[in-house]
Design a protein around this ligand. Structure first.
Ligand SMILES: [Zn+2]
Length: 529
């Protein structure tokens, strides 16, 4: 394990990263973190080098309280843990408010208090007087300052509130500052503001307050990241967001975009320099814990962020990588991919082969046959863009005229069911040199059963195949070039726990197409040994 360089420890970053994946992010649809999930994400965030981790709202549910209890026992190197709550309730002394007491029980070094900026919300939602709201903000912050905490004040609806009643908005922020807040965080809670509004109001706040300014944005107009950057350019030195942009509605400001933008585009220090290369890994890790499929089109870290298609581009990229890329993909732990498609010429295929580590050059005599074979298969409906393993096998089969590691001699799939349940059964016979294996397996569906039977049979000869897992299975109906019968294209993704690869099969019959993709997947695993 490496330690951060001395210079990195000593230097206060120009922009602090405050992660709220575990609190605001967990409000997103389809997200349900367990306590263990939250602990694992927090550890990953600390190792990555964010400065603050907001763990949850102790008063909102027992799960968050349990998280705070467990996190206390862990030593963090970079991050400080924050607990979140709203201001004290109206008409109640701060020390008498259970919410405040529960916050202290969380025993975090940092407390974040959210309060009202927008007069409309004070009057209609809170049903409090403007002065009572100011007192609620000030009392809550002072209470935690008196307990020795670092206190951030999240000013809800900062921008909408300011646009509606600037003097009152300012008064709420000044109340927080006077009470000792360590930072005033301007929030675009509804995500409806334009970058230019964020710039103007943040700059104004910057001029009127002496406490550090933070920015917290949402992505409802698609400006989550742009608005955070606008805030930072206007003087904010603290930015709140979530990994992969998780959050309510369309999500929060995406830290996996903000962090590299701050470091590489604004040239400001934030997380340790060495962490940027772990950005893609962090993004994938959090998706995995949340059980989301990573978005391939995610800026900076997505699988297609540095993918190039089309003969000319691929050719140019091969010669001059920077010509079609805004940064070196490795800077954020991503990599360049060259996609192969019907549009592609020799240069695409050669670039792809190089990326896959295959010995193929413009002078290889088999290149012509390989290109012809790809074209032929593409016209039948195969697509290699997400099936790199099938492409690698195609090239290898043409290059080394060697025997296949195994052959499927026969198979049979059947299904039986009644009104309440159904089960599929597959039998398969495979040959490896002069030996055969014959196996049977059950499955939820025909492909699942076939996968089970094939893997069982092959594992007798190649035990390393046991750890493979089918991680994704996609079916698409395509028109064949002949325009007669519709065909089925099956794309599967297989993982060995550390790497994933895609394979493809096409046939009029979904089972046959699936078997092709499964066979390619196993053969590829054996080829790469
Ligand atoms: Zn929020």
């Amino acid at each position: 394990m490496g330690f951060p360089a001395i210079a990195e420890i000593a230097m206060k970053p120009e922009v602090e990263i405050y992660d709220t994946t575990l609190r605001d992010g967990s409000q997103g649809e389809g997200i349900n973190f367990s306590v263990m999930d939250k602990l694992r994400i927090a550890e990953k965030l600390d190792a990555f080098g964010v400065h603050y981790i907001e763990g949850g709202w102790p008063g909102s549910n027992p799960k968050d309280m349990e998280f705070f209890k467990q996190i206390r026992r862990r030593k963090f190197r970079n991050a400080k843990v924050a607990a979140f709550s709203m201001t004290r309730r109206k008409g109640l002394r701060v020390e008498k408010d259970d919410l405040m007491r529960q916050m202290l029980e969380a025993e975090t070094p940092v407390i974040t208090i959210v309060g009202k900026t927008w007069l409309l919300h004070v009057l209609e939602v809170l049903r409090a007087t403007p002065d009572e709201n100011l007192a609620m903000i000030a009392d809550s912050i002072r209470f935690f300052k008196d307990h020795g905490k670092t206190v951030f004040y999240d000013a809800e609806h900062s921008f909408d509130g300011y646009k509606n009643e600037p003097e009152y908005a300012l008064a709420t922020w000044q109340a927080a500052e006077k009470a000792g807040a360590d930072g005033i965080v301007l929030c675009d809670t509804n995500g409806g503001c334009l970058p230019v509004e964020i710039s103007r109001i943040t700059a104004l706040a910057r001029g009127r307050l002496s406490a550090p300014i933070g920015i917290h944005t949402h992505n409802d107009c698609g400006f989550g990241v742009a608005n955070a950057i606008a805030g930072i350019e206007a003087g904010a030195t603290h930015v709140q967001g979530t990994i992969n942009g998780y959050g309510e509605r369309t999500g929060n400001c995406n830290l996996t975009s903000v962090i590299p933008a701050v470091a590489l585009k604004l040239g400001k220090t934030c997380v340790p320099k060495s962490s940027l290369r772990k950005l893609r890994e962090l993004s994938l890790f959090v998706d995995e814990i949340a059980n989301f499929k990573p978005d391939p089109r995610q800026p900076w870290v997505g699988a297609t962020a540095f993918a190039h298609k089309g003969g000319m581009h691929a050719h140019a990229v091969e010669r001059l990588a920077a010509s079609y890329e805004h940064i070196h993909p490795e800077t954020v732990g991503n990599s360049r991919r060259v996609l192969v498609s019907d549009m592609s010429g020799r240069s695409n295929v050669l670039a792809k082969a190089k990326e896959l580590g295959l010995k193929l050059t413009a002078d290889t005599p088999e290149l012509r046959t390989i290109l012809a074979r790809i074209k032929e298969l593409e016209s039948q409906g195969l697509e290699f863009e997400a099936a790199e393993a099938s492409l690698a096998l195609l090239v290898q089969r043409q290059l080394r005229h060697r025997e296949l590691p195994f052959a499927v001699e026969s198979y049979h799939v059947s299904m039986r069911g009644d009104h309440s349940s159904s089960v599929c059964e597959a039998t398969i016979r495979v040959r490896v040199k002069d030996k055969t294996a014959h196996t049977v397996a059950d499955g939820d569906g025909p492909v699942n059963a076939l996968d089970g039977a094939l893997r069982q049979a092959l594992s007798r000869f190649f035990p390393q195949l046991r750890k493979l897992q089918l991680t994704d299975y996609k079916v698409r109906i395509i028109d064949s070039a002949t325009g007669t019968a519709a065909k089925t294209r099956v794309l599967i993704t297989t993982s060995d726990g550390t790497r994933d690869w895609g394979t493809v099969g096409v046939s009029e019959n979904i089972i046959t197409a699936s078997l092709q993709a499964l066979v390619d997947s196993m053969e590829y695993a054996l080829m790469r040994r």
